[in-house]
Write a protein of this length. Structure first.
Length: 214
C-alpha cells in the first residue's frame, strides 16, 4: 500500500484541480480561444500520447454547461512538452502546468498511481468539438473531486468546496454511483480521518438528493 500523502503538501498541488475561476471568462466565451482549443486538440490527437480529459471540459459531457478557464488532462508532462507549441511552466511529482499560446493546460501526472488508475480504468471516448478524445468517466471524475476535497477544506477555499461538492452530487445523483466504490481507490492516498470525513460528505449529499422524496 502506498503511504498516505502528506495533506499539507497537497495545498499547492490542489490548484491543478481548478475547474472554474471568478476573475476570468469561460474559455468558450473568450475571443480567439476556440480556434486555439481546436489547434491544441488537433496536435494532442495526432501526437499518439496517452492522455485523459478531466476537469470542467469533461464534466460538460455529463452534467451540462460548465464554465472553465483551462483544459485539464491526465498525461505525462515530459511527453506532452514534446508537442510543438506546448511549454511546461510548473511541475512537481503529482502535478504540472503547461501553456499553449494563451491556453492554460493543467496536468495530473500519469506517473502518479492514482491518476494512472483513472487513466487506465475510467475512460470513455467523447466528442469535443469534432474531436473524439478519451474522457474520464463520471466515476473517475467523482474520485478526483473527492481526492482534492480535504486539501480545499484545509485551505478554507469554501467557494471551490461548494463547486466540487455540487459536481459530486450531480454525478452521484445522475449516475447512481456507490459511495464505497468511490472511496475504495482513495484508501492508499488519504489518511483515515479524511476518508471518514468524505464518507460523511457523501452521506450528506445522499440526504440532500432525497430530501423531498415522498
Amino acid at each position: 500500500m502506498q503511504a498516505a500523502i502528506d495533506i499539507a503538501d497537497i495545498i499547492f498541488k490542489a490548484h491543478a484541480f481548478r475547474f472554474a475561476g471568478t476573475d476570468k471568462p469561460s474559455l468558450m466565451a473568450t475571443a480567439g480561444i476556440p480556434d486555439q482549443i481546436n489547434e491544441f486538440l488537433d496536435r494532442l490527437s495526432a501526437s499518439g500520447l496517452e492522455f485523459l480529459v478531466v476537469g470542467g471540459i469533461a464534466l460538460r459531457q455529463y452534467i451540462g454547461s460548465r464554465n472553465t478557464e483551462d483544459i485539464d488532462l491526465i498525461a505525462a508532462p515530459d511527453a506532452l512538452g514534446e508537442i510543438s507549441g506546448i511549454v511546461i511552466e510548473e511541475s512537481n511529482p503529482e502535478f504540472a502546468r503547461a501553456r499553449f499560446g494563451t491556453l492554460q493546460v493543467d496536468i495530473l501526472r500519469a506517473e502518479h498511481s492514482l491518476f494512472a488508475y483513472i487513466l487506465k480504468q475510467e475512460s470513455n471516448v467523447k466528442d469535443f468539438a469534432g474531436h473524439s478524445l478519451p474522457c474520464a468517466t463520471p466515476r473517475g471524475l467523482a474520485i478526483l473531486k473527492l481526492f482534492a476535497l480535504p486539501s480545499l477544506y484545509r485551505q478554507h477555499d469554501l467557494t471551490r468546496v461548494a463547486i466540487y461538492e455540487g459536481d459530486i452530487a450531480a454525478l452521484v445523483g445522475q449516475f447512481s454511483l456507490d459511495d464505497a466504490d468511490l472511496l475504495a481507490p482513495l484508501e492508499s492516498y488519504l489518511i483515515p480521518s479524511d476518508l471518514g470525513e468524505l464518507r460523511k460528505i457523501l452521506s450528506e449529499i445522499r440526504a440532500r438528493l432525497h430530501r423531498f422524496d415522498p
